[in-house]
Design a protein around this ligand. Structure first.
Ligand code: MBD
Ligand code: FE
Length: 309
C-alpha cells in the first residue's frame, strides 16, 4: 500500500489545527516548532509507509523511555548532542570565536555544586581500593598561551565500574566530582582513580533501540570538564583515554582527535608527593586553551535542565 495524502486540504488544515494556528492563545515559537515536527512525522509515515503496528510500537517505546528516565541518554546515542556541537562549532566559526581546545558533549550525568578547591583536589573518596590511582593535571591558558589564574575547572567522571555518583546511589555525595580553581600559574591538579568506560543499561530502552540498529551502547573511559574564566568563552569538553577498545567507537560520538589523551603509568610523581600521593600513579595530562570573548552569553554555559544536588 502506498497512498499520498500529505498535499490534501484535509491534512494541511489538520496540521494547522494541531499546532493551534487558528487560536490566538499559546506560544508562537512552540506552535511553529510543533507544526513542523508533526508535518515531518506525518511525512515520514507517508514516505516510509509506516504501518499502524510500527506507529504504536514507537508510541509505547517513548512511554518506556520516559519511565526508564533514558531520554537524555538516547539523545547522544542518536547523535543529537553531537549535532548541537557541530552547530555551535559552526556558530563559533561565524562569530570569530573558533579555536582553543575543542568542545565536546556534556552528556546527561553532570551534577552542579561540587566542592571547590584551590589548585588541588582529591576527587575520589578512597573506597574504590582496587582502582588505579590517577593524577590528572594541566594548565589553563589563553590563546596566546598565557596562563589563566583562577579559572574554574569543574571535573566529573565515572568510577572503576563506569558508574557516576548521584546516579549510582551507592557512591558518596560528589564522589569523583570537584571544582578546582587554577593557581597563579594556571595549573590544576587532581588525585583520583582511572575511570572505566560507560555502558548503557543492557535492559534499558536506549540499548534496545541501539540493538535494532546493530550498534553497541559503550563509551570509552573518559573525563568530563567545564572550564570557565572571566573574559573567556565557556568550554564544555571531555578527554577520552587512549587505548580503550571504544576510544574511536563511542556510542555518544564525543571523541575528537585533539581530546584523546594517553594515561602514563609512572613509578612516582614529585607533584603527587607534594600532596601525599606516594607510590606508582597513572598520569593524565590535559592542557586547556580558552578563547577570549567579551560576550557574557558565551562566558556562561548554556542553560539546560541539570541536577542541582
Ligand atoms: C556518559 O558518561 C556520557 O558521558 C554520555 C555522553 C552518555 C552516557 C554516559
Ligand atoms: Fe560521561
Amino acid at each position: 500500500m502506498s497512498v499520498k495524502t500529505m498535499e490534501t486540504q484535509e491534512v494541511i488544515e489538520l496540521l494547522e489545527k494541531v499546532a493551534g494556528f487558528d487560536r490566538p492563545a499559546g506560544n508562537d515559537r512552540v506552535k511553529t516548532i510543533i507544526h513542523r515536527v508533526m508535518h515531518d512525522v506525518f511525512q515520514i509515515i507517508e514516505d516510509l509507509d509506516i504501518t499502524p503496528e510500527e506507529f504504536w510500537s514507537a508510541v509505547y517505546y517513548i512511554n518506556e523511555l520516559g519511565k526508564n528516565g533514558e531520554a537524555a541518554l538516547l539523545a547522544p546515542g542518536l547523535g543529537m548532542d553531537k549535532y548541537l556541537d557541530i552547530r555551535m562549532d559552526a556558530e563559533d566559526e561565524q562569530a570569530g570565536l573558533a579555536g582553543g581546545t575543542p568542545r565536546t558533549i556534556e552528556g546527561p550525568l553532570y551534577v552542579a555544586g561540587a566542592p571547590m578547591s584551590e589548585g588541588f583536589a582529591r576527587l575520589d573518596d578512597g573506597t574504590d581500593t582496587g582502582a588505579e590511582v590517577m593524577l590528572l593535571k594541566g594548565v589553563v591558558t589563553d590563546e596566546n598561551n598565557r596562563p589563566l589564574a583562577n579559572a574554574i575547572v569543574d571535573v566529573w567522571h565515572a568510577d572503576s565500574k563506569g558508574a557516576y555518583s548521584y546516579f549510582d546511589p551507592s557512591q558518596s555525595e560528589y564522589n569523583l566530582r570537584r571544582r578546582i580553581k587554577t593557581d597563579a600559574e594556571g595549573r590544576y591538579l587532581a588525585q583520583s582513580i582511572i575511570p572505566s568506560g560507560y555502558g548503557c543499561p543492557p535492559e534499558g530502552s536506549t540499548q534496545a533501540l541501539l540493538t535494532q540498529l546493530g550498534r553497541h551502547g559503550q563509551r570509552p573511559a573518559h573525563i568530563h570538564f567545564f572550564i570557565s574564566a572571566p573574559g573567556h568563552k565557556h568550554l564544555t569538553t571531555q578527554i577520552n583515554l587512549a587505548g580503550d577498545k571504544y576510544t574511536y567507537d563511542d556510542f555518544a560520538f564525543a571523541t575528537r582527535d585533539e581530546l584523546v589523551v594517553e594515561a602514563r603509568p609512572v613509578t612516582h610523581s614529585a607533584q603527587g608527593e607534594r600532596h601525599g600521593v606516594t607510590g606508582p600513579v597513572t598520569e593524565v595530562e590535559f592542557n586547556i586553551q580558552l578563547v577570549s570573548t567579551d560576550r557574557q552569553d558565551r562566558q556562561a554555559m548554556h542553560q539546560r535542565q541539570r541536577v542541582m544536588a
